[in-house]
Design a protein around this ligand. Structure first.
Ligand SMILES: [Zn+2]
Length: 671
């Protein structure tokens, strides 16, 4: 029987893929790819776009067509054998990537093609530039000794980063709070209490047993009336994996932090950068370390007074000085007092089908595309839908939508590439995306109903989907979201979020599931107004993380534990409005930067938010559904993918450099 993972003639047949198919398919593709690279190089020069670069693009495309359905099924239909097959392939893929990335002959051949001047087409130049950059960032051009050291440093980093994350997980899992008296739990929502009671029962305990997962922690901080309970949870949460708090010294990440920073600095210096922040910026839109620091420091200066004013309102309501564990609680009280509206109250007005219909209509008006439902042949679950996307000239691609939470499906929401756009010798694939959420499923007669937060999430992922689907670039490595600077990736997604806050759009996406009535005007206005609630406090909180991260990575050498603490204290004194307790150790649990891809990149959240708000302000000026502006956004941002530098793409659309003013205005920080 043919392996369905190796059949690239149509959409993947997800329902036919079994765990047994995974490893043989990946093995055969990797082996064939490496052999093809060898025989391409064996032909000797002179190399050209046609004889070298395009065939290599084709190899990556084949690999991604085989691997993408596997990664996807592992995320949405997880089971033991599949997970094992998936995990067995990961090291093989890493080895393959290193082998390609550090292949000096291949690198020199790409260099020769770039140098001979025959490739002038912009997307082709972008393919070459991206490939050369990735070679260099893999250490391909280093002398043998340094090349080996670079590989060693990267391997050590990946295991230290994994250990950092494990410590955070283990420390989180190790803590729990057993409570016998109901009055201690005043204010907590039923869902959280039910779960805590079940957890206690499972351990044959009376009362309630709480874990330290984020939803529980957050519910306690925002809703528990008992101040000691809030402090208890706060202390446990803010000292995870550190030398302080209830498990001080166990799973302590202190040494991992200093080791990780030292190794990152060494890796960056081996490649000729001054510091790790500079290395990180090689893949980003921001031009320099100074530019990022200026960007963050400028936002701090603009937001801090508003954040202080917001905090003063909370203090007034509380009637006493606020500790860190009081702020969320009194903020929530203030929110209810001001808007008397909860997320749950709005749910009946946002039935899934109505929201999708209005969202597709929004895209039709903006970008002239039509989206129609079609049979999801060979999909992975009965909930899955499939949509075809067309414009006046024909098909642009399609996307799967899998909206509801279920067992064995990873939490959260995301967009993933199913098939990348590729028009190469012998291949003509249109893009296909997968839009995944975890909303509350329908039950009985009641359809799937969304909170407004979830509507925002859906629009966000739809923005990524459009970015992937509407590309005009024929080469997969720079088509759609591929090759887009990391700090600009969230531009289309956050851009789309803006529409969910507009009085022109809300009536299109809302209708009570029983009566069909749109959101009442007065509720709609309160909802729109609530967007600005404590926006400045949230902003300075994000800026504090971003500055801490960026300063740690821009020093140019490793830092001692004391220096890390000093950096944190300094950032807090400049940025934070909250009075943090001496014991808190936020760095020790900061997996985004110490364990993962956001190292010297946490600022990207704010950076892209500035871009998206500024892009959206062009629509505020011209009209929310203005077609010319829509077409300009389509042509200059969505269609070009990674083939144009993000800064150029933005300026081509907006006619000027990005400005933070629109973000400050929609957040209510300036008027
Ligand atoms: Zn996103």
């Amino acid at each position: 029987m043919q392996n369905p993972l190796l059949d690239h003639s149509a959409l993947p047949r997800f329902s036919k893929i079994s765990p047994d198919h995974v490893e043989p398919a990946v093995d055969s593709i990797l082996e064939e790819n490496l052999q093809t690279v060898q025989s391409l190089l064996a032909e000797g020069g002179p190399f050209s776009w046609e004889s070298l670069v395009e065939p290599v693009e084709g190899l990556d495309h084949r690999l991604s067509r085989t691997w993408s359905p596997v990664g996807h099924l592992n995320a949405v239909m997880n089971n033991g054998p599949l997970r094992e097959a998936y995990n067995r392939c990961l090291p093989k893929l890493t080895r393959y990537a290193t082998e390609i990335g550090q292949n000096e002959s291949l690198f020199r051949a790409f260099e020769a093609v770039a140098a001979d001047g025959n490739v002038s087409d912009r997307p082709r130049r972008a393919v070459l530039e991206h490939a050369l950059r990735e070679f260099r960032l893999s250490g391909v051009a280093l002398p043998p000794e340094q090349k080996a050291r670079f590989r060693e440093v990267m391997e050590q980093l990946s295991s230290l980063q994994a250990r950092f994350e494990e410590n955070v997980l283990d420390a989180t899992n190790a803590w729990s709070r057993h409570i016998l008296k109901a009055d201690k739990l005043d204010g907590l929502p039923d869902g959280v209490l039910d779960r805590a009671r079940e957890t206690a029962e499972a351990k044959k305990l009376k009362g309630w047993l709480f874990n330290l997962d984020f939803p529980t922690f957050y519910a306690v901080q925002t809703q528990a009336r008992d101040r000691d309970l809030r402090e208890d949870f706060y202390r446990a949460w803010s000292t995870r994996a550190s030398d302080a708090g209830p498990h001080a010294g166990q799973w302590d990440n202190s040494a991992n932090m200093t080791d990780i920073l030292a190794l990152r600095s060494e890796a960056a210096k081996l490649l000729g950068f001054d510091n790790f922040a500079e290395y990180s910026l090689a893949r980003k839109m921001a031009g320099s370390v100074r530019q990022v620091l200026d960007f963050l420091e400028d936002l701090v200066a603009r937001c801090r007074p508003a954040a202080e004013a917001e905090l003063a309102e909370v203090r007034d309501l509380a009637g006493h000085d606020l500790e860190a564990w009081d702020i969320h609680y009194y903020s929530e009280q203030l929110r209810q007092q001001r808007f008397s509206m909860s997320q749950e109250d709005l749910r009946p007005y946002f039935p899934v089908d109505k929201v999708l219909e209005g969202m597709f209509e929004t895209a039709r008006r903006l970008f002239g595309i039509s989206i129609r439902s079609s049979e999801p042949v060979g999909a992975w679950h009965p909930d899955v839908r499939y949509y075809q996307v067309d414009d006046q000239d024909g098909s642009r691609g399609g996307f799967y939508v899998d909206l509801f939470a279920r067992a064995h499906k990873r939490g959260g929401a995301w967009m993933d590439e199913c098939i990348g756009r590729a028009k190469l010798e012998g291949v003509d694939d249109l893009p296909v995306a997968m839009l995944i959420c975890n909303f509350m499923p329908p039950s009985g007669d009641r359809p799937g109903l969304l909170t407004h937060d979830e509507v925002v999430t859906l629009f966000h992922e739809f923005g990524h989907t459009l970015h992937h689907l509407l590309t005009r670039v024929p080469y997969p490595s720079v088509a759609g979201i591929n090759g887009v600077a990391w700090d600009a990736c969230e531009l289309p997604s956050q851009f789309m979020e803006n529409f969910t806050w507009r009085s022109e759009v809300l009536p299109m996406i809302s209708g009570h599931h029983l009566t069909g009535e749109p959101l009442p005007e007065e509720t709609l206005q309160r909802l729109i107004e609530s967007r600005k609630f404590q926006a400045a406090m949230q902003m300075v909180r994000q800026l504090e993380f971003a500055l801490f991260d960026f300063r740690l990575h821009s020093v140019g050498r490793g830092l001692s534990r004391a220096e890390i603490d000093e950096t944190l204290a300094q950032v807090r004194s400049e940025v934070a409005v909250v009075n943090y307790p001496e014991f808190s150790r936020p760095g020790h649990g900061f997996s985004h930067i110490f364990a993962g891809g956001y190292a010297a990149g946490y600022y990207s959240y704010k950076w892209a938010e500035v871009l998206s708000a500024d892009a959206f302000s062009a629509f505020e000026d011209a009209g929310i559904f203005d077609q010319d502006t829509g077409t300009r956004f389509l042509n200059n941002v969505l269609e070009v993918g990674g083939s144009v530098p993000a800064a150029d793409a933005f300026i081509a659309f907006r006619g000027r450099e990005p400005s933070p003013e629109p973000l400050l205005r929609v957040s209510g920080i300036t008027s």
